[in-house]
Structure formats: C-alpha cells, structure tokens
Design a protein around this ligand. Structure first.
Ligand SMILES: [Zn+2]
Length: 184
C-alpha cells in the first residue's frame, strides 16, 4: 500500500487524495494519516479540506448546460467581473454563484432599445427592435449623415442609370400594389 504523499506536476495526485479520503472516512485521524504519510496533520487537513471544497464546485461547461445558456454568456459575465469563479485550469462555480447567474444574465442581456431579454444569438437588440432599426436606419441619421447619404445615392443613380430605372419602376409597382391593397 502507498505510504507517501504522491506529487504530480507539483500537485498532490488525485489517487493520493482518494486514498486519504477513504482512510479518513474509515475513521483514521489526521494525526494518524500524517504519521502514515510522513506529513504534518495540518498538511493532511489542508489537502482534505481543499478537496472537499473543490468537489462541491461545478465546472463552467456543466453550469452552462444545467442552466441552458451558451457558454459564451458565462464567459461574458466573467470578463465583466460580475462573477468570479475559481480558476483551476478551467472555471469552477460554487452553488451560490450558480444561483446568482440567471439574474445576472437578465440584468446584462437586455435589448438596448426596449429592455426585453435578449434571445440567443442577439448582441444588442431583440429581433423586433433590430428589424425596426433596419427599416428606420435613415431616420436615425444626423442631418449631415442624411445629406451625405443622399449625395452618395444621387451619385450612384447617375453612374448606374439603367439599374436605377429598374429599381425605381419596381418600387413604383410595389407602391401601387400597396395602395390597391388598401382599397384606394
Ligand atoms: Zn427590443
């Protein structure tokens, strides 16, 4: 049977930890374990504590899967410093942190226009607001922006008279169809 505390990469190996845990659970005291593994009982206590506290933590991928969020959302909370999981090669969350995540997501993933929760894939605006903003792009421009846009359009018309005619006649047909549809 193994009688020394085994180290791999400067860390106590998981096999040793398992062994310490099973012996402790079988009633061995920290002092007895310390004598057996030639370490102080404080050191043995520290190793067991560390393992116990780590065993209760959940890795980020699992937290994301349990909550049904893309992993990226959790990464964003971390990057903003809103949540501080432990780092151990990968990110580990406590139960308390996992409980906080849904409200943090709700606070941060809001449509910048209407404030409704953002769906997956949306970055700033919800789908309705994004469509609305696309349709009303011109109205949101400054007078200078509008003037620059008009100038750009007029230049394009002059450079592409055939295409412009085609587009314009299509627009007129669409407009007339719309008027008919309205019963005018
Ligand atoms: Zn919105």
């Amino acid at each position: 049977m193994q009688n020394t505390v085994e180290y791999t990469d400067g860390k106590v190996s998981p096999a040793t930890i398992e062994l310490l845990i099973s012996e402790r659970d079988n009633g061995k005291t920290l002092r007895e374990l310390g004598q057996k593994y030639t370490r102080s009982y404080q050191r043995i206590g520290y190793l067991l504590n560390k393992y116990d506290s780590l065993a209760a933590l959940l890795p980020e991928t699992k937290v994301a899967a349990n909550l049904g969020y893309p992993k990226k959302w959790l990464a964003q909370l971390r990057e903003k410093g809103l949540i501080k999981p432990r780092k151990l090669g990968f990110w580990l969350y406590s139960e308390e942190q996992v409980r906080q995540i849904p409200s943090l997501i709700a606070d941060t993933r809001k449509c910048a226009q209407c404030g409704k929760p953002l769906p997956k894939g949306a970055k700033r605006f919800c789908i309705e607001c994004r469509e609305y903003r696309k349709r009303n792009w011109y109205n949101r421009q400054s007078p200078e922006g509008k003037a620059a846009h008009n100038k750009h359009c007029m230049a394009w018309r002059e450079a592409n008279p055939e295409k412009w005619k085609e587009i314009n006649s299509r627009a007129i047909m669409k407009y007339e169809a719309k008027l008919k549809g309205l019963g005018k």
